[in-house]
Design a protein around this ligand. Structure first.
Ligand code: ATP
Ligand code: MG
Length: 170
Protein backbone atom coordinates (compact mmCIF):
# COMPACT_ATOMS: atom_id res chain seq x y z
CA UNK A 1 0.00 0.00 0.00
CA UNK A 2 1.32 3.47 -0.88
CA UNK A 3 1.00 6.27 1.64
CA UNK A 4 1.74 9.98 1.24
CA UNK A 5 3.72 10.33 4.46
CA UNK A 6 4.05 14.10 3.97
CA UNK A 7 0.30 14.64 3.74
CA UNK A 8 -0.18 12.20 6.61
CA UNK A 9 2.23 14.27 8.73
CA UNK A 10 0.36 17.48 7.91
CA UNK A 11 -2.90 15.81 8.96
CA UNK A 12 -1.32 14.83 12.28
CA UNK A 13 -0.16 18.45 12.72
CA UNK A 14 -3.80 19.43 12.33
CA UNK A 15 -4.93 16.93 14.93
CA UNK A 16 -2.29 18.14 17.39
CA UNK A 17 -2.74 21.85 16.63
CA UNK A 18 -4.40 22.52 19.97
CA UNK A 19 -1.73 20.98 22.18
CA UNK A 20 0.98 22.61 20.04
CA UNK A 21 -0.67 26.02 20.38
CA UNK A 22 -1.03 25.60 24.15
CA UNK A 23 2.73 25.22 24.38
CA UNK A 24 3.52 27.65 21.61
CA UNK A 25 5.27 24.96 19.57
CA UNK A 26 5.87 25.43 15.82
CA UNK A 27 5.22 22.42 13.56
CA UNK A 28 7.00 22.14 10.21
CA UNK A 29 7.85 19.74 7.41
CA UNK A 30 11.14 20.00 5.52
CA UNK A 31 12.34 20.50 2.87
CA UNK A 32 9.52 22.95 2.22
CA UNK A 33 9.44 22.59 -1.57
CA UNK A 34 8.13 19.02 -1.31
CA UNK A 35 4.42 18.52 -1.89
CA UNK A 36 4.06 14.75 -1.62
CA UNK A 37 6.20 11.85 -0.46
CA UNK A 38 4.75 8.43 -1.20
CA UNK A 39 6.21 5.44 0.59
CA UNK A 40 5.33 1.79 0.95
CA UNK A 41 3.57 1.45 4.30
CA UNK A 42 0.31 0.67 6.05
CA UNK A 43 -1.64 3.93 6.30
CA UNK A 44 -3.30 3.31 9.69
CA UNK A 45 -0.16 1.95 11.32
CA UNK A 46 1.94 4.82 9.96
CA UNK A 47 -0.61 7.25 11.35
CA UNK A 48 -0.08 5.70 14.80
CA UNK A 49 3.69 6.03 14.42
CA UNK A 50 3.69 9.66 13.34
CA UNK A 51 1.03 10.60 15.90
CA UNK A 52 3.06 9.26 18.79
CA UNK A 53 6.42 10.64 17.59
CA UNK A 54 5.03 14.11 16.88
CA UNK A 55 2.95 14.15 20.05
CA UNK A 56 6.01 13.15 22.10
CA UNK A 57 8.09 15.87 20.43
CA UNK A 58 5.48 18.46 21.40
CA UNK A 59 4.80 17.11 24.92
CA UNK A 60 8.41 16.56 25.94
CA UNK A 61 9.91 19.43 23.98
CA UNK A 62 10.24 23.01 25.17
CA UNK A 63 7.56 25.66 25.38
CA UNK A 64 8.02 27.84 22.33
CA UNK A 65 10.01 25.06 20.68
CA UNK A 66 10.02 23.60 17.18
CA UNK A 67 9.05 20.21 15.83
CA UNK A 68 10.25 19.32 12.36
CA UNK A 69 9.36 16.30 10.27
CA UNK A 70 12.18 15.90 7.80
CA UNK A 71 12.22 13.83 4.59
CA UNK A 72 15.52 12.78 3.11
CA UNK A 73 15.05 10.91 -0.14
CA UNK A 74 17.47 8.50 -1.66
CA UNK A 75 16.92 6.46 -4.80
CA UNK A 76 15.04 3.61 -3.18
CA UNK A 77 14.31 4.83 0.32
CA UNK A 78 13.06 7.86 2.13
CA UNK A 79 14.53 8.61 5.51
CA UNK A 80 11.94 10.18 7.77
CA UNK A 81 12.91 11.98 10.94
CA UNK A 82 10.96 13.70 13.68
CA UNK A 83 13.06 16.30 15.48
CA UNK A 84 12.51 18.54 18.44
CA UNK A 85 14.75 21.08 20.13
CA UNK A 86 13.70 20.12 23.64
CA UNK A 87 15.67 19.05 26.72
CA UNK A 88 16.62 15.69 25.17
CA UNK A 89 16.79 12.25 26.76
CA UNK A 90 19.71 11.46 29.10
CA UNK A 91 22.03 8.80 27.58
CA UNK A 92 21.37 6.30 30.39
CA UNK A 93 17.66 6.27 29.46
CA UNK A 94 18.06 6.31 25.70
CA UNK A 95 18.36 2.53 25.26
CA UNK A 96 15.25 1.88 27.36
CA UNK A 97 12.64 4.30 25.98
CA UNK A 98 11.31 1.70 23.51
CA UNK A 99 10.42 -0.64 26.38
CA UNK A 100 6.79 -0.92 27.36
CA UNK A 101 5.76 1.41 30.19
CA UNK A 102 9.20 3.02 30.36
CA UNK A 103 9.04 6.75 31.05
CA UNK A 104 12.10 8.91 31.70
CA UNK A 105 11.24 11.47 34.32
CA UNK A 106 8.33 10.07 36.29
CA UNK A 107 7.15 13.41 37.61
CA UNK A 108 7.54 15.34 34.36
CA UNK A 109 6.04 12.51 32.31
CA UNK A 110 3.18 12.07 34.75
CA UNK A 111 2.37 15.74 34.46
CA UNK A 112 2.14 15.21 30.68
CA UNK A 113 -0.15 12.15 30.83
CA UNK A 114 0.38 8.96 28.83
CA UNK A 115 1.16 5.34 29.63
CA UNK A 116 4.67 4.77 28.30
CA UNK A 117 3.40 2.45 25.56
CA UNK A 118 3.73 4.82 22.61
CA UNK A 119 7.32 4.12 21.59
CA UNK A 120 6.99 0.36 22.17
CA UNK A 121 4.13 0.37 19.66
CA UNK A 122 6.09 2.62 17.28
CA UNK A 123 9.06 0.26 17.34
CA UNK A 124 6.81 -2.76 16.82
CA UNK A 125 5.13 -1.17 13.79
CA UNK A 126 8.39 -0.01 12.23
CA UNK A 127 9.91 -3.48 12.69
CA UNK A 128 6.78 -5.02 11.12
CA UNK A 129 7.55 -2.86 8.06
CA UNK A 130 10.90 -4.63 7.84
CA UNK A 131 12.91 -1.65 9.01
CA UNK A 132 14.35 -0.07 12.15
CA UNK A 133 13.93 3.06 14.19
CA UNK A 134 16.87 4.94 15.67
CA UNK A 135 16.99 7.72 18.22
CA UNK A 136 19.62 10.40 18.74
CA UNK A 137 19.46 12.83 21.58
CA UNK A 138 21.64 15.54 23.05
CA UNK A 139 20.91 17.12 26.41
CA UNK A 140 19.47 20.61 25.88
CA UNK A 141 19.74 20.29 22.09
CA UNK A 142 16.86 17.96 21.37
CA UNK A 143 15.87 14.55 20.15
CA UNK A 144 15.59 12.99 16.69
CA UNK A 145 13.81 9.75 15.79
CA UNK A 146 14.70 8.34 12.35
CA UNK A 147 13.48 5.47 10.18
CA UNK A 148 13.50 4.50 6.50
CA UNK A 149 10.70 3.35 4.25
CA UNK A 150 10.68 2.21 0.65
CA UNK A 151 10.12 5.12 -1.71
CA UNK A 152 7.30 5.04 -4.23
CA UNK A 153 7.07 8.56 -5.60
CA UNK A 154 7.86 12.11 -4.60
CA UNK A 155 6.51 15.41 -5.88
CA UNK A 156 7.67 19.01 -5.51
CA UNK A 157 5.76 22.26 -5.55
CA UNK A 158 6.26 24.20 -8.78
CA UNK A 159 9.00 26.86 -8.44
CA UNK A 160 6.33 29.47 -8.00
CA UNK A 161 2.69 29.81 -8.93
CA UNK A 162 3.32 32.72 -11.30
CA UNK A 163 5.66 30.89 -13.66
CA UNK A 164 3.21 28.02 -13.77
CA UNK A 165 0.36 30.33 -14.71
CA UNK A 166 2.34 32.13 -17.40
CA UNK A 167 3.49 28.82 -18.83
CA UNK A 168 -0.06 27.56 -18.89
CA UNK A 169 -1.24 30.65 -20.77
CA UNK A 170 1.41 30.37 -23.51
P1 ATP B 1 2.05 7.28 25.61
O1 ATP B 1 2.82 7.45 24.34
O2 ATP B 1 1.65 5.87 25.85
O3 ATP B 1 0.95 8.26 25.73
P2 ATP B 1 4.51 8.22 26.76
O4 ATP B 1 4.55 9.34 25.78
O5 ATP B 1 5.01 8.49 28.13
O6 ATP B 1 3.03 7.62 26.84
P3 ATP B 1 6.35 6.86 25.00
O7 ATP B 1 5.81 7.57 23.82
O8 ATP B 1 6.69 5.43 24.87
O9 ATP B 1 5.34 6.97 26.24
O10 ATP B 1 7.64 7.62 25.51
C1 ATP B 1 8.39 7.06 26.61
C2 ATP B 1 9.14 8.15 27.37
O11 ATP B 1 10.22 8.62 26.58
C3 ATP B 1 8.30 9.39 27.67
O12 ATP B 1 7.57 9.25 28.87
C4 ATP B 1 9.37 10.46 27.80
O13 ATP B 1 9.92 10.41 29.11
C5 ATP B 1 10.45 10.00 26.83
N1 ATP B 1 10.38 10.71 25.52
C6 ATP B 1 9.75 10.29 24.41
N2 ATP B 1 9.90 11.15 23.39
C7 ATP B 1 10.67 12.16 23.86
C8 ATP B 1 11.19 13.37 23.31
N3 ATP B 1 10.95 13.72 22.03
N4 ATP B 1 11.95 14.17 24.12
C9 ATP B 1 12.21 13.83 25.40
N5 ATP B 1 11.75 12.70 25.99
C10 ATP B 1 10.99 11.87 25.24
MG1 MG C 1 4.08 8.96 23.70
Amino acid sequence: EAVDILQLSLNIFGRLENIAEDRNVTLKVKPDDLSEVWVKADQDRMQQVMLNLIENAIKYGNDGGKVIVHFNSGKKYVEISVRDNGPGIPPEHLTRIFERFYRVDKSRSKERGGTGLGLAIVKHIINAHGTKIAVMSKPDKGTTFTFKLEKVFQGAHPENEESLTSQASL
